[in-house]
Write a protein of this length. Sequence first.
Length: 319
Amino acid sequence: MNRFIAPVAAAVMAAAAPLAMAWPDKTITVVVPTAAGGGNDAMARTIAQKLGPLLGQTVIIDNRAGANGAIASEFVARAAPDGHTLMFGYIATHAMNPALQKLRYDPVNDFAPVGLVGYSPTLMVANATVPVKDVKDLVAQLKAKPDKFTYASAGNGTAPHYAAELFKLSAGVVMLGAPYKGSAPAITDTIAGQTQLMFPSLYTALPHVKAGKLRALAIAGPKRSALLPEVPTLKEAGVDGVDVQQWYGFFAPARTPRPVIEQLNKALNQVLADKEVVKRMEEHGADVETSTPEKFAELVKSELAKWKGVVQRARLTAE
């Protein structure tokens, strides 16, 4: 019997070995759910540039903006689970938007988390010419004249949308919202004055604040940023309950082989240990943080539950 078992076992191992060793055997595509030029895009490109040489293959970025990240998410969820199509997901695609509405993808069951990339606080900014002294003055003006100002968001179900709606709820004010297809066009129109306020990530907003194109009013988080130490938190400015810490990470389609996920996680964490990458991220206001695939999966589940609770409390809708 052993004479028959041994050849069969050897044949199985020989067939399995090339599959394990072959990956990656072609270009790897990282799908970004926002338009080119935004904070997510810049972060993904910074990582992809270093990831390619480690994996021995070209890594390209595919921007698929639209439907608040759902277009990109659906595409990756239905891609071949072979490790050649990945997603640079974030708080909106895997927690906020799914908490707000029924989508054609499941943020938990349709993806295999690869690893966390880091966090960035949310910053409340105004167009440089808006006649507002500070948050207290803004609240007073909005109470005197509801809908006086319009806020831009990266789309309903994104962090800028949630932060603005939580601000309205906590401050007891009314503002019109203008949803865009990503943070890049939203922040462009805020700079141009088409909209007056926005709650982008610090990573997205910081270059424009430093250039004087936007004015930072407050941090929508638990503490001040070392990059903008003079800017108060919203709580310090008198508006409590607006804590929107944005996070980012890599995902593969569900059923991607475990060895591939482990290899990706190892390579990703190696990139995030690169001093040049860390410096570039920190200069834009993002704190690098790595994880195992399991820890990242736990984060996604807990964040999804958290924002479902916020949707119920704030009575948010996708409209």
